[in-house]
Each structure stands twice: as structure tokens, then as C-alpha cells.
Design a protein around this ligand. Structure first.
Ligand code: IDP
Ligand code: MG
Length: 151
């Protein structure tokens, strides 16, 4: 069982796609363990995207991510990190396969709707940034948890 950090980026929120995108994760069988509508400040954006400092798109990315609200989600399930990354699709909307979130809802390189942690180490670090000390992450069982369990 894994928990991953998913961010619904400002383009997703502003296009009123919050519900549609969260539905995809719920429909898959994943559990929403934490959820916050919030605005990122520059400090949080800098920590979250520290791996990208110095890249040509970095300043634009931070400015975009801090411009309008986001939704931060802690999403749990078997192999949740890889499952969510596959559901998101390739980074650029114009390369992401149809059927993926980025493939179905966008065509931009930067405005690509969602962020998802890309490894267990990243998930742990990023969940700590958005849900410090685990605050806001709740333990509960979905009604059909037995159908989504792995032996
Ligand atoms: P990922 O979100 O699929 O993990 P990363 O390479 O980690 O992709 O890039 C982080 C974010 O930075 C992307 O989701 C996208 O919003 C933005 N980004 C990445 N590459 C470019 C680019 O070449 N131009 C503009 N924005 C980019
Ligand atoms: Mg990344």
C-alpha cells in the first residue's frame, strides 16, 4: 500500500475540472486520504520543485503554481505512485496518450493539470510539504475496500 501526493494545478481548478479529475482516481479504486484547497506560496513552490531549479521553465512554473489555488491530495492504494503517474500520462499534454488525464484534458507543456510524486522517496518528501506531520491525512475504509485489496 502506498500514499502519493497529487496536486490539481491552477489550470485544473480554474477550468472547474476538480471533480472530473478526482473522479478518475476514485473510480480507479484509490482512496482520498487527504484533500486541501489552498494557494501555494513561493517558499512551498521552491521546496516542491527544488529538483528543477536552474531549468529554463523553472521561473514560469513557480509563477504558474502560485498564481491561483490548487488542490493537494493524499491518494492511497496498492502501487498508488505508479498507478497515478500512469493515469496522469506523459508530462506534455500534446504527448500524453488519450485516456490519461493530461491526454484527455490538455495540450500544453506547462498547463498540464496534475502533479504526481514520481517515487516513494518523492512521495514521502512531498506529502511532508503539503501535509506536515501527517496532519489532514485520515485513516478510514472505503465501502468497497475488500474489492481493491491485493493478496
Ligand atoms: P512531471 O510533472 O510529469 O513529473 P517534470 O519534468 O517533473 O514533469 O516537470 C514538472 C512540471 O514542470 C511539469 O509538470 C510542467 O508543468 C512543467 N514543465 C516541465 N517541462 C517543461 C517545459 O519544457 N516547458 C514548460 N513547462 C515545463
Ligand atoms: Mg516531476
Amino acid at each position: 500500500m502506498e500514499t502519493t501526493l497529487i496536486l490539481l494545478k491552477p489550470d485544473c481548478v480554474k477550468r472547474r475540472l476538480i471533480g472530473k479529475v478526482i473522479s478518475r482516481f476514485e473510480d480507479k479504486g484509490l482512496r482520498i486520504a487527504g484533500m486541501k484547497l489552498m494557494k501555494m506560496d513561493e517558499e512551498l513552490a521552491a521546496k516542491h520543485y527544488e529538483a528543477h531549479v536552474g531549468k529554463p521553465f523553472y521561473a514560469g512554473l513557480v509563477s504558474f503554481m502560485t498564481s491561483d489555488p490548487i488542490v493537494a491530495l493524499a491518494v492511497e492504494g496498492p502501487n498508488a505512485i505508479e498507478v497515478c503517474r500512469n493515469m496522469m500520462g506523459a508530462t506534455f499534454g500534446f504527448k500524453a496518450a488519450p485516456g490519461t488525464i493530461r491526454g484527455d484534458y490538455g495540450i500544453s507543456n506547462q498547463y498540464n493539470l496534475v502533479h504526481g510524486s514520481d517515487s516513494p522517496e518523492a512521495a514521502e518528501r512531498e506529502l511532508g510539504l503539503f501535509f506536515p506531520g501527517g496532519e489532514g491525512i485520515l485513516s478510514w475504509s472505503t465501502a468497497d475496500a475488500d474489492l481493491h485489496a491485493c493478496d
